[in-house]
Design a protein around this ligand. Sequence first.
Ligand code: MG
Ligand code: MG
Length: 259
Amino acid sequence: MSILKPEQYDDLRRSGQINAQILAALRDAVRPGIKTRELDTLACEMQREMGAESSFLGYTFDLNKQPAYPATINVSVNEELVHGIPGKRVLKRGDVVTLDCGTRYKGIITDAALTVVVGESGSPRVQQLIQATEEALEVAIALLKPGRRVGDIAFAIQAVLQKYRLGIPPNFGGHGVGLRPHDDPHIPNIGKPGEGDAFQVGQVVAIEPMAMLGRPETRLLRDHWTVVTTDRSICAHTEHTMLIHADGAEVVTRFPNGE
Ligand code: MG
Ligand code: MG
């Protein structure tokens, strides 16, 4: 679990602001014809300019089976749920793209993601998919405070996503962050009220509702990273990093305009 000391809070906030500025720039840069690697290069250059680095680059969940992550950000397109590796892929109008960025600044890590449609607003159902993950995240943020349990948050996210009849992948979700890229606890997007650990003052967590238009089953591509929906249905994913105070959660990865 990542519990920060109050003297570390400002470095967390700076890490979150850097991450937010990068995601805002990436969102603006997304257009038909851009290669996903160009987005990765932009994020890498911005982090370096601001005295930070990627918390994703070189990361692995499993030292035995999984190669170190080879890029600065995740760019997950259409049926890719999470951990898409930027590369030669050229984005097309109508692609549904999740940009996920992790920033380490003075050793303090923040993590945030958003989903956009390339060059257009998307079909009504795709718009609803994206807005559902955003709504679920805001509901979770409003609930987050000391004493609230992981299952309370998971249940609230699940309720929003189910209201829109979306698939919810059972094996992916939020996590502790701050001192490590993926810290305890795992914060699923499906759960029961009252279950799991209680949140504490000073704890840093990333909450990340994700959903798909089709079935919740996923599989891992041969690159050992990219997770795709088995039925190739479209996915969306929204994430912020929060610092927990006595009276509720401070979102440290908000855009300057409050998004
Ligand atoms: Mg993330
Ligand atoms: Mg995360």
